[in-house]
Design a protein around this ligand. Structure first.
Ligand code: BTN
Length: 240
């Protein structure tokens, strides 16, 4: 099928489809722990306990969206592991730009927005030792065919989908196929040339420079203005 043929020649070597699982990240983490190789992907039609950032739930109804997790085993320094989220963000943003040209924006570290509303979330979970990144599971949730009424009231005003932005129902397999091609291109670029090129692309897709933000720091909430991204992927901001 479309997804299998798109994966040919990419680093994605095996794709597992599940009707329903608690969380594709959880499934992929278990598989990685038991030795599943880089390039193993888990896709589910529905999740019963989809994981969001900061312990939040990612609402994951069947038949509408994409919930996918990929096992990566990059030969990078453990201190660079957080860059993987940014690598995935660039790949997703470039792919989504083909459906919603000029409207996609990245928000540090892992949100992908269209017209300021959340279209996709990324959650990387990893096992890292002092010397080595054992594996990183990159989980990507993309709202594909959701309509306003499908979203939980609590997020209706801040969420969107490809369908809502592009004005047409989109086959999920096509989005997954394009996502895999985009991830392959950007991940290879990262492994072969380092974080510099990813940083440039991330900044191109980010509407954050010059914006006022509030961040939580060891000293509590701090207000500042975003001025850029450090060479390692840190958000750089000036205190108010
Ligand atoms: C966020 O809070 O913005 C991150 C959401 C990540 C959701 C995806 S859906 C596929 C994968 N499996 C999960 O349990 N979470 C991620």
């Amino acid at each position: 099928d479309l997804i299998k043929s798109a994966s040919q020649g990419t680093f994605i070597k095996e794709v597992r489809f599940l009707e329903e699982t608690e969380s594709t990240n959880k499934s992929a983490l278990t598989m990685a722990y038991h030795g599943a190789p880089e390039g193993t992907a888990v896709i589910a039609d529905a999740q019963t306990a989809g994981r969001g950032r900061l312990g939040r739930l990612w609402i994951s109804p069947p038949g509408k969206n994409i919930y996918v997790s990929l096992i990566l085993r990059p030969a990078i320094d453990p201190s660079s592991a957080s860059q993987i989220t940014l690598v995935a963000g660039v790949a997703v943003a470039e792919m989504l730009n083909t459906y919603c040209p000029g409207r996609i924006e990245l928000k540090w570290p892992n949100d992908v927005l269209a017209n300021g509303r959340k279209l996709c979330g990324i959650l990387a979970e990893s096992r890292v030792t002092a010397e080595k990144v054992e594996y990183v599971v990159v989980g990507i949730g993309i709202n594909v065919n959701m309509e306003p009424g499908h979203f939980d009231e609590s997020i209706r005003g801040i969420a969107t989908s490809i369908r809502m932005e592009a004005g047409a129902e989109i086959p999920r397999e096509e989005v997954v196929a394009r996502l895999f091609l985009s991830l392959d291109r950007i991940y290879r670029l990262y492994l072969e040339t380092g974080f510099g090129a990813i940083r440039e692309k991330w900044l191109d897709c980010s509407g954050m420079i010059g914006k006022d933000i509030t961040v939580s720091s060891p000293d509590g909430l701090v207000k500042g203005t975003v001025v850029g991204m450090g060479a390692e992927g840190q958000l750089m901001y000036l205190h108010e």
